[in-house]
Ligand binder design. Sequence first.
Ligand SMILES: [Zn+2]
Length: 132
Amino acid sequence: MKKFRKPRCPFCGNKIGLANTWALKTQGEYLCPKCGGISNIVMDRLIYLFAFLAILVSAVFFAVGFLGFLSLDIWLLLLVLLPFLLFYLISVFLVRLKKPAVRKRRAPPGGRPQNGTRRGPGPGTGPAARRR
Ligand SMILES: [Zn+2]
């Protein structure tokens, strides 16, 4: 599946190892050691689906055990925990790096340095209309 891939730097394409990805999940942004680019860390939307499935599957295991089809012992506990374990493992592959939104520099309102592209009161209105 194409969805499952290691995250890579959006600036230089440098792949990030799984161990690093694991650490990344707890942070908000990633500083690429190669190009020094800072990218935002986001989780793929698929994570919600897997979270749902993990809860569902473990609930089923629990229900099955509770109803007596399985003996309530350590193995059942493991079965209930297994979906969550898988979820944690899968979540590593759902870490995405995105370029932070480029913020265009806004000229402070009022004094615009560029000539010619002056907006604001058009000719004939306001103080810009000079008398000749
Ligand atoms: Zn990079």
